[in-house]
Design a protein. Structure first.
Lengths: 604, 447
């Protein structure tokens, strides 16, 4: 059996990779341990969030699926940071875990060139440092031209609860026992990472009357730039808020030695994320904080689980019971599934090229948690790019590499392949230096052209963006003709005042424009000074980005480099001077030396 | 190599003419707004153009600007050369302005390095360039360490810590908007903290400029109407014939400089063209320059003529200098006194060298020389550092302005971050990881 591309794992990265590959006309196999877990959300029942919501919009603009699938399966959606500037607004939804999976599976099944198969991959078939196939645990060999690994947390996963360590994946699924060891044999450096998930509570056992309700926004919102709303915004499912208290903290402190993290039962191997600490971590590290906020989020309309966000723990079950019952509104709560921590293998992402192809094995790509990230959106963004770039590689075309001023996905991948990570990596707005350019509202304008040109975004969808661009141009010329003699300015200048909204002046225009196009024009003028500054900084970066470093450069021959810089450059092998400047330990004088060397030997 | 560099390509000392050279893609656009007479962008390459460098409506100097567009230049980049009048103070001022407008100081040998990198210089010279880069970065590193020991870097570190606390709080508000227990940064808090920081920074800059005075001398301008004896007084102070002294009104057209040490502190003396109404074009330029020097000077010696009544010009100059540190010198005490002005004057006869010591005593008094010399101040004396401090102040002022205009907090934060990066540039600190470390150590977040 032979496919063009095999995708191993069908989480959020795998689904995007497989869809991109199949839609770009490659005969694609998606292989997964359990078809029922395709596009599963093993942790929070939510898509989007700060920065992540923008990633979903970017995936959509490139022709990916996550945004459209989330739109079909919303329980609640809101725009975060509405009171702040346009750069930091971002969508966050509660998504139905049952329908999300179902809709994604439907989409996969209805996609041409795509085959889905159950199986656990134990090894890769390698020929001349090139991947040519996979071997499953049932010893089937399946051949391919390129392979994308999106194995999530399944590589040698261990579930940690109290003093127990069990060899299994999320929800007690089978783990992939052999693949990471075999990757190690091929020369990959592995990381051991850790994350956790909070308990799930039975909806009917919670007294919601004691808790603060959190509703969605009262307007129709979609992740996809050209989608209709599938939901009724008046009938969104609410979330609720509760807090830990002194009693909770006492229970945790009294039982700290029973926690998997603090008990010292076995050697802690995995590194957990700082932004996602367990509740015992929070209480130990922030002793003075009298309470911690917890969210109760609905998982699905088809079953009763409520996700207790903020309460991730690795305490034994009996302590978890006490902890949960100490919370207001949860005094009689019934725990349906207990919290656990999970440890898993990942590869050091410094072993990847910016296309997400590995440097060690040709035509082998990796995406998602195997690259050291966390989060559905981060995984999907990488999966999409890995899928696209695997196809482009087989077609002998240049890879699609998004820069830090193109997209959050660009920031994410550049951080991974340039700085690496020691903890599960999460996107944050503070990681993006050009966040004013990377807005939720302009993802379509930024990326749809690229999506269309590589053949992923359909023509009719791209046309909608082109229409919007035309509209924006028309409004731009109209606002120059709307004048305010009293203030001696036209509307373009008048819009710079914080209180002035373009929507109040549409009657002065020659025709009706869409809300989205008007919004673009308003933002462009209102924040012009800031945008100009950001573009200038981005331009600086691009100039260095154009200076390519040849793949075959031998750093040991570059005289005068500082030892640390030489080691880092050798390991990371940046593709441009710009990327080299972001490597910690590489100083400006090293960059000069490198540029001199390039000039001399490559006459670049 | 994507930035624009600047350096004085002649020796930094008194001379007839000095050349300030810029190279890089923004060379023309940086100088253009400062060059009053012509739009440099529209001029042909390889032309020399007469005009003035003007900054904040102040004429800094009369100059010739050469434009050489890439690639036929020394570095193969756009090159601008500014020919100035050789005064150290003017050169420093122009360089400081250029630095504030987007240039950076060239490293030693950097023009040559660029010429090499851009393929203009023969490859056989490459080894030499390599060694140069290596050795200069070593020297730079050592210099930076020496310059920034102790107090100065502590000061910057404290300010950066304050800024990073504010920034990471704002970032948390952005990344975790649902967390109600986390303090939300308000416009008022930003205003207050930014104002405090601005005060601190302005104080550092002021001290640094005092420090510069100690290091570089007090810029002392000798003012007066024509033929009042300015050059004679200058010569008496310098005790040497340096200025051209004649009794034909309007002979001193060039600014002549010399230095004296008074009580351990250096005075840079600047003679000026006499101030009067003039139709002579060249003399007019000199007069304009005299007047513009008033603002930039640190001390004014205003010379009056004791042998005649106050003239219109005298009154004009008395008024113009009333807010500056000044010493009013009544010259020609060897002649019959016909001048009734007597407020706080020093009577002098330059011709007979009488009263010169009294001028020096007044200077010591005015500058509390002893006090300055004893002050164990935390200061920056390096032009690069001071210009970074000033651009930090600019960014903070932008942030303050944003806050006053009620801009969104995440917009204001853009300028706060710029300010923080500039401060980091001074002490060579790394940026992004530090912010995240601060953020996660101070706020409790997550699922």
């Amino acid at each position: 059996m032979k496919y063009d591309i095999i995708v191993v794992g069908a989480g959020h990265a795998g689904c995007e990779a497989a869809l991109a590959s199949a839609r770009m006309n490659k005969n694609t196999l998606l292989i997964t341990i359990n078809i029922n877990n395709i596009a599963d959300m093993p942790c929070n029942p939510s898509i989007g969030g700060s920065a992540k919501g923008i990633v979903v919009r970017e995936i959509d603009a490139l022709g990916g699926e996550m945004g459209r699938n989330a739109d079909k399966t919303l329980l609640q959606i809101k725009m975060l940071n509405k009171s702040k500037g346009p750069a930091v607004r971002s969508l966050r939804s509660q998504s139905d875990k049952v329908t999300y999976k179902k809709e994604m599976l439907n989409t996969l099944r209805n996609t041409n060139n795509l085959t889905i198969k159950e199986g656990i991959v134990k090894d890769l078939i390698i020929e001349n440092q090139k991947v040519i196939g996979i071997i499953t645990e049932s010893d089937d060999a399946i051949y391919c031209d390129a392979c994308i690994l999106t194995t999530g947390t399944y590589l040698k996963a261990d579930i940690l609860v109290g003093d127990k360590r069990k060899q299994e994946g999320p929800h007690g699924e089978k783990r992939a026992n052999f693949l990471s060891d075999n990757l190690s044999k091929l020369g990959f450096k592995l990381l051991r990472l850790k994350t956790g998930t909070p308990p799930r509570i039975e909806r009917s056992s919670i007294d919601f009357s004691l808790l603060k309700k959190e509703d969605g926004d009262s307007e129709e919102l979609t992740f996809s730039f050209d989608n209709i709303a599938y939901y009724d915004y008046k009938k969104q499912v609410p979330c609720y808020l509760t807090y830990t208290n002194e009693k909770t903290h006492k229970i945790i402190m009294d039982n700290l030695n029973k926690s998997a993290m603090y008990g010292g039962f076995y050697k802690q191997l995995g590194t957990g994320p700082r932004y996602c600490p367990s509740i015992e971590d929070k209480i130990v590290r922030f002793k003075d904080k009298p309470r911690h906020q917890l969210f109760l989020e609905p998982e699905s309309m088809y079953y009763d689980d409520i996700y207790l966000q903020g309460f991730s723990t690795s305490m034994p079950y009996d302590v978890q019971e006490k902890m949960v019952h100490s919370l207001k509104g949860l005094e009689h709560a019934k725990i349906l599934r207990y919290a656990y921590a999970i440890e898993y293998d990942a590869i050091d992402p410094l072993q990847l090229k910016a296309s997400l192809e590995t440097k060690i094995i040709e035509n082998l790509f990796t995406a998602g948690q195997i690259n050291g990230t966390s989060g559905y959106e981060e995984a999907a963004g990488q999966g999409l790019l890995a899928g696209i770039n695997a196809v482009l590689k087989l077609d002998k075309k240049a890879p699609l590499i998004l820069s830090r001023s193109d997209a959050y996905i660009g920031v994410l991948i550049d951080d991974l392949v340039t700085k690496g990570t020691i903890e599960p990596y999460r996107l944050l707005t503070s990681r993006a230096e050009f966040r004013l350019l990377l807005r939720s509202d302009n993802a379509d304008l930024r990326l749809s052209k690229k999506g269309y040109e590589i053949g992923l975004l359909p023509k009719e969808r791209y046309k909608k963006v082109q229409d919007k661009i035309k509209e924006i141009e028309d409004i731009e010329s109209e606002i120059k003709n709307v004048t305010f003699p009293k203030y001696k300015c036209n509307l373009a200048e008048y819009l710079k005042r914080p209180e002035i909204k373009i929507i109040d002046y549409v009657s002065k225009f020659s025709k009706k424009y869409t809300k989205e196009a008007l919004e673009q024009v308003e933002i462009n003028h209102k924040y012009e000074g800031y945008i100009v500054k950001a573009k200038k900084e981005a331009e600086k970066m691009h100039r260095l980005g154009k200076k390519q470093i040849p793949d075959d450069i031998n750093y040991s021959k570059v005289d005068n480099l500082a030892t640390e810089a030489r080691q880092k450059l050798e390991k990371i092998r940046p593709r441009t001077i710009d990327q080299a400047t972001r490597i910690s330990g590489v100083n400006p004088s090293d960059i000069s030396i490198l540029m001199v060397y390039l000039k001399r030997y490559y006459n670049e | 190599m994507n930035d624009t560099i600047v350096a004085v390509s002649t020796a930094l000392k008194e001379g007839a003419i000095s050349i300030i050279r810029l190279s890089g893609c923004d060379a023309i656009s940086i100088v253009n707004p400062l060059f009053k007479e012509k739009d440099l962008k529209k001029l042909k390459s390889h032309t020399i153009n007469y005009g003035h460098i003007v900054y904040n409506d102040e004429i800094i100097d009369e100059v010739l600007v050469s434009i050489m567009k890439a690639p036929k230049t020394y570095t193969k980049e756009d090159v601008i050369e500014i020919n100035t009048h050789g005064s150290v103070a003017v050169i420093k001022k122009i360089i400081e302005i250029l630095l504030m407008n987007g240039c950076r100081l060239a490293e030693p040998g950097e023009f040559t390095k660029r010429a090499f990198l851009n393929g203009r210089i023969d490859l056989t010279q490459s080894e030499g360039v390599m060694d140069l880069i290596k050795s200069e970065s070593e020297i730079e590193r050592k210099m930076a360490v020496n310059e920034l020991s102790g107090k100065t870097s502590t000061l910057i570190t404290i300010l950066r810590d304050k800024l990073v606390d504010l920034i990471s709080n704002i970032e948390v508000n952005i990344d975790y908007p649902e967390y109600e227990d986390i303090e939300v940064v308000t416009i008022d808090r930003i205003k207050k903290e930014v104002c405090d920081m601005l005060n601190d920074l302005r104080k550092i800059v002021r001290l640094s400029e005092d420090g510069k005075i100690i290091k570089e001398g007090i810029k002392t301008v000798i003012l007066g109407k024509p033929n009042v004896g300015k050059s004679s007084i200058l010569n008496a102070l310098l005790d040497e014939e340096k200025a051209i002294v004649t009794n034909i009104k309007g002979t001193t057209r060039d600014i002549v400089e010399g230095s004296i040490i008074v009580g351990g502190i250096k005075l840079n003396l600047i003679d000026t063209a006499g101030v009067r109404k003039s139709n002579d074009v060249i003399e007019k330029i000199g007069i304009e320059k005299s007047l513009s020097l008033i603002d930039s000077s640190e001390l004014i010696l205003l010379v009056l003529d004791g042998s005649e009544e106050l003239s219109k010009e005298d009154k004009f100059l008395l008024e113009k200098t009333k807010n500056k540190k000044r010493i009013i010198i009544m010259n020609k005490k060897d002649l019959e006194n016909k001048n009734s002005y007597d407020k706080n004057i020093v009577k002098v006869s330059a011709k007979n060298k009488e009263g010169i010591e009294e001028i020096k005593d007044r200077i010591k008094e005015l500058f509390k020389v002893e006090e300055i010399l004893n002050k164990n101040a935390t200061i920056f004396t390096n032009v690069r550092q001071i210009s970074l401090l000033k651009s930090t102040i600019e960014s903070l002022e932008d942030a303050k302005k944003g806050a006053e205009e009620n801009k969104e907090i995440d917009m204001i934060e853009i300028d706060l971050k710029l300010a923080w990066e500039r401060l980091g540039d001074i002490i060579g600190a790394n940026y992004n990881e530090e912010l995240l470390d601060n953020l996660f150590s101070r706020f409790c977040l997550g699922k």
